[in-house]
Unconditional design. Structure first.
Length: 364
């Protein structure tokens, strides 16, 4: 390590936590900081998108969300082992700032920072405070949220700055939207970093109900779980539709940019990407989310007219087909939705959060 200031980023193990951390890493490296990514084995799968200069430290962690009594029994031991590892690393390196992005893999770094008296910040991506961030919120020096906050403690000052997006997304901020028309058009279907079975089950059936004219012009990119890719591909092939089906798209910013319509889960990072680029969307909140945070994440886009909300119990082939057909048949409406989505964007989130990190010594 050299004498440059050191930042430790501690995100959970999904893209919703990792992508905002990646955006901050990119910005802070450009400002001359050293950056360490502290996460568990699951989170480290997303570290390939981080700049090469980022040092990745994999720590033990666990989550009570997994089923099985045996797993739940060992979770505290995994977390404690992770804390010991993170504590030793931080005591040697003495980072200037630690930023937690929620999720169980953030616990070792955040607990160690608090124990060592290292300045720390929390970033909550969702509209409702998560369990891990709730655990540390009273100990954090600064608290930032990415979505209009709900249910935060009243005695905590919360800075509503938005969700950082990666440079690949930010570079397409406000790019020109091509209205639907009688030419090849793109439908993008994304289910978050882990895919979504309901989208694989319903969207192909919905597409089969669209007018022949629309199907003839439609190109589809759909994210699906690995075990669903073949059946989804075959469904579109039977309809004669050009489709690209993958578990994960590395070029998601380009696919959002090209899309006339996006169908997506309403994870915080997905909502941020859609609004930054400015595209109409149909949002499908994850029903299994205990705090229903994905509905909260979608609220601003939906209220603005930039998105249509379809809860899972309303996400039927007929209703989805009706919404797709209506949007593609009305170019002016689609354009208005794109404009409304763009108006919800917070393109300065990464800069604002990075400024707050750099100002720690002055502000706390």
């Amino acid at each position: 390590m050299n004498d440059a200031p050191l930042l430790v980023l501690a995100p959970g193990g999904t893209g919703g936590h990792m992508f905002p951390a990646q955006a901050v890493a990119e910005m802070m490296l450009s400002r001359g900081w050293q950056v360490v990514l502290s996460t568990d084995a699951r989170g480290s799968r997303y570290s390939g998108g981080f700049p090469d200069e980022v040092i990745v430290e994999v720590v033990a962690s666990g989550t009570f969300a997994k089923s099985g009594l045996v797993n739940k029994f060992f979770v505290p031991f995994h977390i404690f082992r992770g804390i010991l590892s993170a504590f030793g690393a931080m005591r040697r390196r003495r980072p200037n700032v630690v930023v937690g992005f929620g999720g169980y893999p953030a616990i070792p770094a955040m607990a160690s920072a608090i124990a060592l008296g290292i300045p720390c910040m929390l970033h909550e991506q969702n509209g409702i405070l998560g369990k891990v961030n709730r655990l540390f919120i009273s100990h954090a020096n600064k608290v930032v949220c990415g979505t209009s906050p709900t249910g935060f403690p009243k005695n905590v000052k919360v800075h509503y700055l938005g969700n950082p997006v990666r440079q690949a997304v930010l570079s397409k901020h406000g790019s020109c939207y091509i209205q639907p028309g009688d030419y090849p058009m793109d439908l993008l279907v994304i289910g978050g970093s882990q895919g979504a079975k309901i989208l694989s089950d319903i969207v192909p059936k919905s597409v089969s109900l669209l007018s022949e004219k629309l199907r003839k012009n439609l190109r589809i990119s759909q994210q699906a779980r690995a075990e669903d890719c073949i059946r989804v591909s075959e469904a579109y092939a039977e309809m004669g539709i050009r489709a690209d089906i993958k578990p994960f798209f590395q070029d998601i910013s380009e696919r959002i940019n090209q899309a006339q319509l996006v169908i997506s889960r309403s994870g915080a990072s997905s909502v941020a990407d859609i609004s930054i680029i400015g595209r109409p969307s149909i949002l499908v909140p994850l029903a299994a989310a205990i705090r229903d945070e994905q509905t909260a994440n979608a609220r601003e886009l939906v209220d603005s007219g930039g998105a249509i909300l379809l809860p899972e119990d309303q996400f039927t082939p007929e209703k989805v087909a009706d919404q797709i057909q209506t949007i593609f048949d009305d170019g002016n409406r689609a354009q208005n939705m794109a404009n409304a989505a763009l108006a919800c964007a917070k393109p300065t989130a990464t800069v604002d959060i990075s400024n707050m990190i750099q100002d720690f010594d002055r502000d706390i």
